[in-house]
Design a protein around this ligand. Structure first.
Ligand code: HEC
Length: 255
């Protein structure tokens, strides 16, 4: 146990830790993102009329880089994080939000806890901004917003590609799947659902609808990942991508 927590601590703040720490991401989605969106984005995001203090709070990169005074967060160290100082409101020079009510104490505590655990944050500014600019309704959807995790590193992200992935995931949602990913390896779609949902996906009616609609969207191969839904497979994508073309050996075709 002890060793385990050390490993988690050591990894905190790296992309690998974020992928490997679904609980941290869930905490972010539940406690942190809604507060940032409702209380900070107005002045600290790409959608702000004018970005204040040079700080973008709508991506992890933005918070790490910080604004005119330097990094807004230091993962693992709430006491050294300017953001924490600002939302505590104890410093007269810097109270955030500057107008209206300060955050309630429990929300401040959530930010402290989130930074202490390494500030896990799945937001990716570039893809988000691109999706938004392209008018995709998914650009800021909580919990599963970042379509970049569906595309292996090195693959250019284009509007048609994002739209195709989006449509494929929408279809699966319509069919009642809640946790899912459709990863696009070129023209191969690799569907991930939790293992418990695997049988339902291969029921004849569901299977034929999924395969025909995904093929209509432009996927030539429609595959089901037997490993099931997981958040680490973006990292595996690096390996897959360097190994060669789309088809991964463990993603058999279901046609
Ligand atoms: C109404 C606009 C507005 C809102 C809403 C707002 N801020 Fe700010 N923020 C500012 C302004 C203006 C500055 C620059 C202040 C200065 O330079 O003295 C700033 C600066 C900051 C800075 C310091 C940036 C730097 O490097 O100098 C942090 C950190 C910060 N805000 C965090 C937040 C957080 C977190 C929230 C949400 C809880 C928030 N702000 C909401 C206007 C806003």
């Amino acid at each position: 146990m002890r060793v385990h927590s050390w490993i988690v601590l050591a990894l905190a703040g790296t992309a690998a830790a974020q992928e490997a720490e679904p609980e941290g991401v869930a905490f972010f989605e539940k406690k942190i993102r809604p507060v940032l969106v409702s209380r900070c984005y107005k002045c600290h995001s790409l959608e702000a009329e004018k970005v204040k203090g040079g700080l973008l709070a709508d991506s992890r990169e933005g918070l790490l880089k910080g604004g005119n005074s330097g990094p807004a967060i230091v993962p693992g160290k709430p006491e050294e994080s300017l953001l924490v100082k600002a939302i505590r409101g104890t410093d007269d020079d810097m109270k955030m939000p500057p107008k209206g009510e300060l955050l309630p104490a429990h929300e401040v505590a959530d930010f402290e806890a989130w930074i202490r655990r390494g500030a896990p944050d799945p937001r990716k500014a570039d893809v988000r901004a691109a999706s938004r600019a392209l008018g995709l309704p998914t650009w800021d959807r909580p919990a599963s917003p970042c379509l970049s995790s569906r595309v292996p590193y090195g693959t250019p992200i284009t509007a048609p590609l994002l739209a195709r992935i989006d449509a494929a995931e929408q279809l699966l949602r319509t069919l009642g799947f809640r946790e899912l990913r459709v990863r696009a390896h070129d023209t191969l779609a690799r569907i991930e659902v939790p293992p418990a949902d695997l049988p339902r996906l291969v029921e004849p009616a569901v299977r034929s609808r999924v395969t025909s609609e995904l093929r209509a969207l432009g996927f030539l191969h429609v595959t089901l990942d037997l490993l099931g839904f997981r958040s680490g497979s973006l990292n595996e994508g690096v390996v897959e991508n360097t190994k060669g073309p789309a088809a991964s050996p463990r993603a058999p075709r279901v046609r």
